[in-house]
Design a protein around this ligand. Structure first.
Ligand code: COA
Length: 165
């Protein structure tokens, strides 16, 4: 597996990413849309995007993208980013490559890099009905994450992980 930052030429691969989602599920549309528009999100020039320092990372196998991960800074009401914190917006693996450890490896790779760059905490949201995502998070981080269900995010669960110093 080769991990690298996304580039403009990946746009077509994102648009045709085999997400395998059942779009009848209430949470799935949003995930499919996030994958489809990854490059537009990453390359947006709105002021908020610059402050958020949007990052898209891809994992390749034999030159083909098998997994994607997007992360960003979160902005406080003042508009300033929270220091030493990153929000993981999306992790997705090509439907034909699920349960091969790609999401786990990509997450570990990115969390390592973030930790080395001085990030202390990482958070993300999980829809509890997104079974694969929920079970992935529980298997990988259930023992170490702080999990809450904030009223303003319901029904999403928020995971917060403190990175080892
Ligand atoms: C969630 C997702 C990223 C997991 O990717 P993956 O590469 O299949 O996950 P991994 O192979 O790294 O799984 C690691 C562990 O998580 C758990 N896990 C992952 N998917 C699971 C599933 N469908 N059912 C049960 N456990 C699961 C297992 O413990 C697994 O280890 P094991 O295979 O040795 O039992 C993938 O299912 C996906 O892309 N879903 C669609 C996109 C999405 O909804 N993303 C989340 C919202 S942003």
């Amino acid at each position: 597996m080769r991990v690298r930052a996304a580039r403009a030429a990946d746009d077509a691969a994102f648009a045709s990413f085999e997400h395998g989602l059942d779009l009848k599920e209430p949470w799935a549309d949003e995930v499919a849309e996030m994958i489809d528009t990854l490059w537009a999100w990453r390359s947006s020039t709105v002021p908020e995007a610059r402050l958020q320092d949007r990052c898209v990372i891809v994992a390749e196998e034999a030159g083909r993208i098998v997994a994607v991960l997007a992360h960003q800074l979160l902005l406080a009401e003042s508009g300033q980013p929270y220091a030493r914190h990153r929000y993981i917006r999306l992790v997705a693996v090509n439907a034909r490559h699920r349960r091969d450890g790609y999401a786990a490896s990509l997450m570990e790779h990115v969390l390592d890099e973030l930790q080395q760059s001085g990030v202390v905490t990482v958070s993300w949201l999980v829809h509890p009905a997104n079974q694969a995502s929920y079970l992935f998070c529980e298997a990988m981080f259930g023992a170490v994450a702080e999990t809450t269900q904030p009223a303003d995010e319901k029904p999403y669960l928020r995971y917060v992980v403190t990175l080892a110093p």
